[in-house]
Design a protein around this ligand. Structure first.
Ligand SMILES: Nc1nc2c(ncn2[C@@H]2O[C@H](COP(=O)(O)OP(=O)(O)OP(=O)(O)O)[C@@H](O)[C@H]2O)c(=O)[nH]1
Ligand SMILES: [Mg+2]
Length: 638
């Protein structure tokens, strides 16, 4: 049966206007279940009631909210995920304080469908009902409720109930499908322990799906746990999905760790937010202006946090105005891109504005900073622009399509589409990496290449005797301006463009030759000459040092340069050959191998006319450099 889509219908309206009574009259079930609610005759907690209409293709679920001014936070949590509002105005009292406040909240939350019930119609005559209908129509003019049915109803006499039912069904049909990125998300609006079922969190599935055995994460605390069971409409299910009121039984978790306001999500995809960049609108009806650094209550999803609002474009925000702002939260919360939020003041407790989330992980901004503002504005644009800005935000890091899809809580295929457009437009750049393609903003690239070229030039300017710059040295001199894949791609591009030349072990500038200071160069020439003269039986290092009467560090420096330049070759710790003689030795060995297929140390000794020490060193070095390989006592060509 209940594989039907849910239509979540929220009540809203002033205290005592008959919200709960109407839900009860429609469904036969009282949404108020707490003894205290029954006793005081008012709603304190959210009430959840399913309405079964066999002939209807959807399943209506009511979320009944309290009207009391002290419980507006509960109302906001309840209203945060509704599809349709059943907006309640008592015929005898008419539009009242929380009628207005709840209506502001519904508009700020972006609710799109609704019906208007003029309750307690038994207490008003036809003239009064007519006048009220006119007032109500004027009240909702220009809003999502303009044109909504206005239906007089009485929970006492039951007149109008069937019209309400029909109107709800009709509104439910007009509800569009929620956007679905595929990742699971359920803002928790209830926590309870169910006999024989364990600890349960419940809410509306805003995206993705959940099934028994899934791992989920509870934000903002980042508690990871497992789904033991799923219930929809009080029935045990294997799974539940998009738009459904769902209860999830969690494995091995203390109820004390759970609360309304948390969010159950697929693990590891998003971090809780402590700063949020947003578009903020101050209601025209707000009693006074909002100043930067003011403390407000920030309601998002089913959660509430205290936040300071940093107005980024002005010092004061006046009623009716909108602005880019950063909320600095006093406790972390689960926030998602484009989520709606509400702000309220402390005393008096007033709903004064709201808006939508643009960045859940922004840096601290300087106020009035044009570049920062332009960046945030890009998040208000389409997905293309947002993805571009996502990459621009971290110029020193390449990001993947998957990361962008988490950041915008948007399906991967839409992100990939945006990426294609951006690549075609030359606005972003693909960086090949091992596992998957990565991306950077195109704008940062020329600067990075320049920075790298400059670093190489600077290196050789201060180290002219070095034959090459090791890659690791270049990478560390970039001081984090590029991650590994960016660095590798940049090197390849610079080499392809001829700006640098790759060399074993590092890179050089084109046409570059290691230079030693003339004093060192003179010594280098003498060292080289000694090894050249010595031929196949060169001296030990210490003999050369002694012969030239050199300080050891100076000798080491020139020797290092001679190795880097390739003029000398170290065969083993004790044997250094001049390049020319090493090449001759290698040619002789290869020549011998041509004829005899293999060579022993004794044979090498003979052809090179050297002692065993040198023959060994030559053959082992040829093995090490993969020219030959050892096969028992003989060496053969590789
Ligand atoms: N005469 C009459 N009284 C009604 C009707 N509906 C509700 N009432 C009465 O109005 C009072 C408030 O009704 P509730 O349904 O609790 O009002 P509510 O809007 O849920 O109140 P809160 O949840 O506290 O905001 C109760 O005493 C009801 O008996 C109606 O259609 N006619
Ligand atoms: Mg009630």
């Amino acid at each position: 049966m209940s594989e039907r889509d849910h239509v979540i219908v929220g009540t809203a309206g002033h205290i005592d206007h008959g919200k709960s009574s109407l839900v009860k009259a429609l469904t036969g079930t009282d949404p108020d279940t707490l003894p205290e609610e029954k006793e005081r005759g008012l709603t304190i907690e959210l009430g959840f009631v399913f309405m079964d209409i066999p002939e209807y293709e959807k399943q209506i679920v009511f979320i009944d909210v309290p009207g009391h001014e002290k419980f507006v936070r509960t109302m906001v949590a309840g209203a945060s995920s509704i599809d349709v509002v059943m907006f309640i105005i008592a015929a005898d009292e008419g539009i009242s304080v929380q009628t207005r406040e709840h209506f502001d909240i519904l508009r700020l939350l972006g609710v799109k469908q609704g019906i208007i019930a003029l309750t307690k119609s038994d207490l008003a005559d036809a003239g009064r009902l007519d006048r009220l209908e006119g007032e109500v129509r004027a009240f909702v003019q220009g809003t999502f409720l303009e044109g909504a049915p206005v239906i007089p109803v009485s929970s006492v006499t039951r007149t109008g109930l069937s019209e309400i039912r029909a109107a709800l069904m009709e509104a439910g049909r007009r509800v569009g499908r929620r956007e679905n990125c595929g990742y699971f998300r359920l803002p928790v609006d209830r926590v309870f322990v169910m006999h024989g079922f364990g600890t349960v969190v419940a809410g509306t599935v805003l995206s993705g799906a959940v099934k028994t055995g899934d791992r989920i994460e509870i934000l903002p605390e980042r508690i990871e746990t497992k789904v033991r069971g799923v219930q929809v409409h009080k029935e045990k299910r294997d799974a539940s999905g998009l738009g459904k009121r769902t209860a999830i039984n969690l494995h091995d978790i203390d109820k004390a760790l759970l609360r309304r306001g948390q969010c159950a999500v697929t693990p590891g995809l998003v971090a809780p937010a402590t700063r949020i960049d947003a578009r903020l609108h101050l209601l025209r009806e707000a009693p006074k202006e909002l100043k930067t650094r003011d403390r407000v209550r920030f309601h998002i999803g089913t959660d509430e946090a205290i936040a300071r609002v940093v107005l980024l474009e002005k010092d004061k925000l006046f009623p009716g105005e909108s602005i880019l702002a950063q909320f600095v939260l006093e406790s972390p919360t689960a926030a998602f891109y484009k989520d709606r939020f509400i702000i309220r003041t402390f005393s008096p407790l007033n709903t004064i504005g709201g808006g939508y989330v643009l960045d859940i992980a922004p840096p601290r901004h300087k106020r009035f900073d044009a570049a920062a503002l332009a960046g945030i504005r890009r998040f208000e644009g389409g997905l293309d622009e947002s993805v571009e800005q996502f990459l621009m935000k971290t110029p020193d890091k390449s990001r993947t399509a998957v990361e962008a899809s988490y950041a915008f809580w948007t399906g991967i295929s839409a992100v990939q589409e945006a990426i294609r457009t951006l690549i075609e437009g030359g606005r972003i750049k693909a960086i090949p990496a091992e596992k998957e393609m990565r991306y950077v903003a195109a704008g940062i690239w020329p600067g990075l290449l320049q920075k790298m070229t400059d670093a190489v030039k600077k290196y050789f300017a201060s180290n002219p005797h070095r034959a090459f710059m090791p890659l690791a040295e270049l990478q560390s001199s970039m001081s984090g301006a590029a991650d590994e894949p960016m660095f590798r791609t940049a090197i390849e591009e610079l080499a392809a463009a001829g700006a640098i030349v790759r060399k074993e072990g590092g890179l050089v500038l084109p046409g570059f030759e290691a230079r030693l200071e003339s004093k060192d160069q003179e010594i280098a020439d003498r060292v080289e000459a000694i090894f050249r003269r010595a031929g196949f039986e060169p001296p030990l290092e210490e003999d050369v040092v002694r012969e030239l009467r050199l300080p050891l560090n100076q000798f080491r420096k020139v020797l290092g340069t001679l190795f880097q330049q390739g003029k000398l070759v170290r065969l083993d710790p004790k044997v250094i050959y001049h390049r020319a003689y090493f090449e001759k030795a290698k040619a002789s060995v290869l020549d011998y191998l041509q004829k005899k297929r293999s060579i022993t140390i004794a044979e090498a000794k003979d052809i090179l006319r050297v002692t065993r020490k040198y023959a060994c060193a030559v053959l082992e070095y040829l093995d090490k450099t993969q020219v030959t390989k050892r096969n028992g006592d003989v060496h053969v060509q590789k």
